[in-house]
Design a protein around this ligand. Sequence first.
Ligand SMILES: [Zn+2]
Ligand SMILES: [Zn+2]
Length: 765
Amino acid sequence: MTSACDIRVRGVVQGVGFRPFVFRLAHANTLAGWVLNDEEGVEIHLEGAEPALDEFVRSLVASSPPAASIAAIDVHPVLPSGFQDFTIRESRQQGHPTTRISQDLPVCDDCLAELLDPANLRYRYPYINCTNCGPRYSVILNLPYDRGNTTMRTWPLDGYCAAQYRDPMDRRFHAQPVACPACGPHYALRGGGETIVGDDASIARAAELLNSGQIVAAKGLGGYHLACDARNAAAVQSLRNRKFRKEKPFALMVSTIEIARELVELSGDAESLMTSAARPIVLARARAGLGGVSRDVCPDVSHGNDDLGVMLPYTPLHHLLFAAGAPEILVMTSANRSSEPISYRDEDALDRLDGIADAFLIGERPIARRVDDSIARATAFGPVVLRRARGYAPAAVTTIPIAKSILAVGADLKNTVTLVVKGQAFVSQHIGDLDQYESLQAFRETVDDLISMYQVPRQSLIVARDAHPQYLSSSYALDFGEAHYAIQHHRAHIASVLAERAAWDKRVLGVSFDGTGMGDDGSIWGGEFFIGSLVGGFERIAHLRPARLAGGDAGAGYPVQAAAGFLAQVEGLPNLHIEPFLFPERYEKALELTRRDVRTFTTTSMGRLFDAAAALLGFTREITFEGQAAMWVEHLARTESFTEPYEFPVRREDHAMELDFRPLLGALAVDRSRGRDQAQCARAFQRGLAKGLCDALSILCETFATETVVLSGGVFQNELLLEDLKSFIAGGRLDIWTNRSVPPNDGGISLGQAALAAFAHLNHA
Ligand SMILES: [Zn+2]
Ligand SMILES: [Zn+2]
């Protein structure tokens, strides 16, 4: 008795070896029918014995390819049509695509073994890949995912590759970027007036240059990297000078996980992140502690910061570089000048990196779009992605229950955009800070790219943007779309956590701590507490006590300027004009402006409170990257194990509860003026913050009858704050939710905007 069924599979099921897997599974169960890729995923038609059909469906889920991720399977019984065999049909295009584009994958173990096997035809071939590994998002030009729609379309397959491509039993069956040395692209090295062609020769020369302290720009998966020997102080210093990157830490690539373990303290979670298919840069504590990094890595790599960002090789090229004798710990930083976006086009790289790189290792395969390395870390509340890009983007993060398409354009710092199509929320790769011209260009390109990839008509979009009308992303978003929603920044942070977990009507206490974002009243918020849900909206119920700060955005670069604003409210301050912290003139001027209320703004920003503490602790110069002062306080505090927290009480004011910073900063100032150890003071401040937050959570959760707390915003990248908070709430009933797949910093804002706009729209309709 022959039965039949149609099966629809949604999720990341294209470009990951899914059809050959289905083919083999059908054969193993003696089933006839067909499988095809279309814009919604994979469709399967099966005919055969009932038990065989059941077994097929069970195995489909249980043993799907490693890189696949099944979101949903629908099985419908149908009448048999009398198929005699099982075939893989051509891709079908109709309607508009909602299939999930696979993210780029690291080279798999099978390909790696072939890469290093002299008997293999692809021995030392830097473009080796198969259906289980290799480029995807970074080579896709259009959907559906077929070779003709990738940047490999200009390299026709030779007989060897074509035979594997057509053989359903082969690992390279329909592997779209498949290539071999005879028919595929190659690498060449340019520099010092010479060009070395040939994969082996160019990679060997690059390894030599790295060993001799030179800086090499190497074309990777989603852009160029600047690489140098991490143990060569002169090389690291010249990279900093040439890149105009004074202090921001550089990422490292190490040849093996063993070396990573020697360099940093890797928890189980951290090691899982590092070896995961996304192969992100993992932030972890350096083993030798502040300043004196282990294994002779030059301290300049992370500049007084005891966290290192470490990743493993993920392309065949990286493995070949190490195999050719390149230093086993390399600085591997995005190739750009200062905070521009990563270079990914050859001509542009040669032009923009001229004077930075000594040589260029250029691969012929074009990169369809820039995709930076991702950054992740294992925190006290679980693993979190801090920069979402290669290996994660553009996978759907969640499914929002709305039929209309939504474009959320994010915030102006650490920008990402989110496109919702048929409910699936695709979060873009990290784009950058939009105040840079190149980043703004990249932002526009990414929006156009996503919209055209999923073929969404621009005019029919619901557009979500930040409430700040002067944001560049906001003004861009006003030009199109059917409906617009301005979403308050800190509510978007909270919404990002809830959207990740599809917790649409969950009522929570939301805490949003960050540097800056426009509030409902036009002031700068950043220390906010809300009660509510995605469906019902969020009401602000508490915040940091407001301060008036001088100097607008320009002042944000100077911690002493923030200190002046906050300290203006602290009574009985000790005389700050004593060693060891003589405030520079800027402090006096800002204090004067604050007292006269000239050119000041009101803020409840926790980021600025950290700046004030940093100034009191001795960080009185200008910062050179966003969040630097807070990171400095955290790492200083980390060197001290236990200290009584400073007082940071919750008080009821006229309309809302306030966290009062006056005792916190007052105690810090007094301690410092008495000459108490800097690190002890930093620790007491950090613990005070955690204790104050914990007390506020207890009071507010009780008042508003909830036990679920959502924490988001850039301040929660402070791992010590999370650890201290966890220790203070230990044994309590509070359930703490933090971000997982999108960053707690502004990189997560676009997802939150999309979710809030969806429910605002549904509530209106
Ligand atoms: Zn492979
Ligand atoms: Zn070939």
